[in-house]
Design a protein around this ligand. Structure first.
Ligand SMILES: *Cc1c(COP(=O)(O)O)cnc(C)c1O
Length: 373
């Protein structure tokens, strides 16, 4: 299934999507919800009947992602959370799930609630204890996130895969398929919020699942349920995503360079207490990240400024280039005072989460220096 072409080539050519009908070098946008049959009542195109099932634009975007992941099959969803929910809905009532703790808060909050409603036993486990828990505890699904958001913890995907017979699902949003191909490291299903780095322009909400085996029971359920329950991405969003992914490898390369340079600069700054970034040698999990991420460590980092909540908010307020907004992986740099958004999750009050964009690194560093100064 996997292709021999390199990611930059797959992405730039949108995995070969053009428009044969007009001769256009980019695919046409086809928003039709329904598709015609001929006089003998045969579909004009057997693979197009109704757009809740599938559409050309959706398949084009999925094919790019499938090739980038080296996957057997790929499905797009209307958000990252819809993709996560699709996987968890396959767990039978009364089943078991092992979920890494300290991950994206939206995931934790939804899973907790869902598991209560469905009488699913939920084990929330620290990144360092995943392997031992998986060895001793059978489960329907093991769900991990690496690097994690906003703590930037790294989890050895292969070690967890080896420790467990369960279906291993990896949220690799902060890595993107460019830096980590989770299926190659033993994941059964890899998930991304495509809203983040994959789309990268802060203008499409989407989620994606890719599988190593498309005949797995769990995948058949996910596949059929997307169509029947209707959690599908629209053609226009899929078309925008295909367009945006042409530059994904370039964006990820620049963001990772910028993020590493900024992380190093801030870590050496007297007004900074610590920087969480998998690319920094002192960061726990740096060795795992070195083995598991290739070509960079991503755009996401967290900065602990010296002092109190007020000091952190003061710095955030003084930044001029970094926009104060949630989300990550866009071409524009963003900052977020995480404690203001989720005070109940044990996040340090002096933590500023940073998503580093593709701007000139000199400008980004100058902005932080004046804000800390
Ligand atoms: C944003 C995010 C999600 C949720 O994705 P949405 O597209 O916002 O639904 C899940 N996991 C991680 C790591 C994220 O950053």
């Amino acid at each position: 299934m996997s292709t021999s072409k390199k990611p930059a080539t797959i992405a730039a050519h949108a995995a070969g999507a053009t428009d044969p009908q007009s001769g256009g070098v980019v695919p046409a946008l086809q928003p039709s919800t329904t598709f015609m049959r001929d006089a003998e009542y045969q579909p004009l195109r057997a693979d197009n009947t109704y757009s809740r099932a599938d559409s050309d634009n959706l398949r084009q975007a999925e094919e790019v992602l499938r090739q980038l992941e080296g996957a057997a099959d790929t499905l797009l969803f209307p958000s990252g959370m819809a993709a996560i929910a699709a996987v968890f809905r396959t767990i039978p009532n009364g089943g078991k799930a092992i979920v890494q703790s300290g991950i994206y808060w939206g995931t934790t909050a939804w899973i907790r609630d869902f598991c209560v409603r469905r009488a699913i036993t939920l084990f929330e486990v620290d990144a360092d204890d995943l392997v031992s828990t998986c060895q001793n505890q059978p489960a329907d699904i093991v769900f991990i996130e690496t690097p994690s958001n906003p703590w930037l913890r790294s989890v050895d995907i292969q070690a967890v895969a080896d420790a467990s017979d369960s279906t291993l699902v990896v949220d690799a949003t902060a890595a993107t398929p460019i830096l980590t191909q989770a299926l190659d490291h033993g994941a059964d299903i890899v998930m991304h919020s495509a809203t983040k780095g994959i789309n990268g322009h802060s203008d499409v909400l989407a989620g994606v699942l890719s599988t190593r085996h498309n005949d797995a029971t769990i995948w058949r359920i996910v596949h059929d349920d997307r169509k029947m329950a209707g959690a599908i991405l629209g053609p226009f969003e899929a078309w925008l995503l295909t367009r945006a992914m042409r530059t994904l490898p370039l964006r990820v390369e620049r963001m990772s360079q910028n993020a590493l340079a900024l992380a190093n600069h801030l870590f050496a700054h007297p007004k900074v207490e610590d920087v969480f970034y998998p690319g920094l040698p002192h960061h726990p999990g740096h060795d795992i990240a070195q083995r598991q991420m290739k070509g960079g460590y991503g755009s996401l980092l967290s900065v602990l400024v010296t002092g109190s909540r007020e000091d952190a908010l003061h710095v955030v307020g003084r930044l001029q280039l970094f926009l104060r907004a949630t989300s990550l992986g866009g071409v524009e740099s963003l900052v977020e005072h995480r404690h203001t958004i989720e005070p109940h999750t044990g996040i340090p009050e002096n933590l500023i989460r940073v998503s580093v964009g593709i701007e000139a690194i000199e400008d980004l560093i100058t902005d932080w220096d004046q804000a800390l100064g």
